[in-house]
Design a protein around this ligand. Structure first.
Ligand code: SAM
Length: 196
């Protein structure tokens, strides 16, 4: 089987590269790794999501499909608590290291698929750059099950390539949320927020 960034156990040899980024007016260092999404860089879609995501200092949020942790770690400076999850075990190890090197104390990383690691928990926002290449069924699961993990008026915030599923995702969000807003667009991506 081909090795993908969303494999549970990547079988490409481990290589790492540390990057420094300045985003939302804050500086971060991220260890990135082969076999984990966006090796050696901050993905353009992720960057648009981070720049435009709505955050509040009272919130507990979920970063679903955290990869090396860019979304959850940046959000941790602006919210009360962050849970970061991923199905890729290498991503989990790297995200834990990134919490440490960025001095993050108000976040934790959990392994598991979709909402399994947060069964029964609710959030003020679920934020994700979803694993589009894992297939439409995974995207659908993320969207249709989000409302039961959100408080009233909680937000599902996600980024998607305009030409790779944006129409589909927006339609699904409109069916499952009271309101859907476009938070940003650029470089071939759209960021949507669904209000539960
Ligand atoms: C597009 S990447 C985004 C990673 C990271 N949030 C970022 O923006 O750099 C999607 C992530 O979802 C993870 N993923 C794939 N299938 C998943 C599943 N069923 N449950 C949770 N995470 C999954 C992948 O391993 C990958 O890290």
């Amino acid at each position: 089987m081909m090795d993908h960034y969303y494999s549970e156990e990547p079988d490409v040899p481990l290589r790492t590269k540390t990057i420094e980024v300045m985003i939302r007016g804050e500086r971060f260092r991220f260890i990135t790794a082969s076999g984990v999404f966006s090796f050696g860089k901050l993905d353009r879609g992720t960057e648009l999501l981070i720049e435009s995501m709505i955050l509040d200092e009272r919130w507990k949020i979920l970063d679903l499909g955290c990869g090396y942790g860019a979304v959850g770690i940046t959000a941790s400076r602006f919210v009360r608590y962050v849970i970061m999850t991923d199905v890729n075990r290498r991503a989990i190890q790297i995200a834990k290291k990134n919490l440490k090197i960025n001095g993050v104390k108000n976040a934790e990383v959990r392994w598991g698929s979709l909402y399994e690691p947060v069964r029964g928990e609710k959030f003020h926002s679920i934020i994700t750059n979803p694993p589009v290449h894992a297939g439409k069924e995974i995207l659908r699961e993320i969207v249709i099950n989000a409302p039961r993990h959100l408080h009233d008026e909680g937000l599902l915030q996600l980024v998607i390539k305009t030409k790779q599923g944006a129409k589909y995702i927006k339609g699904l969000m409109e069916e499952n949320f009271a309101e859907v807003r476009e938070l940003a667009k650029g470089s071939g991506y759209r960021v949507y927020a669904g209000i539960a």
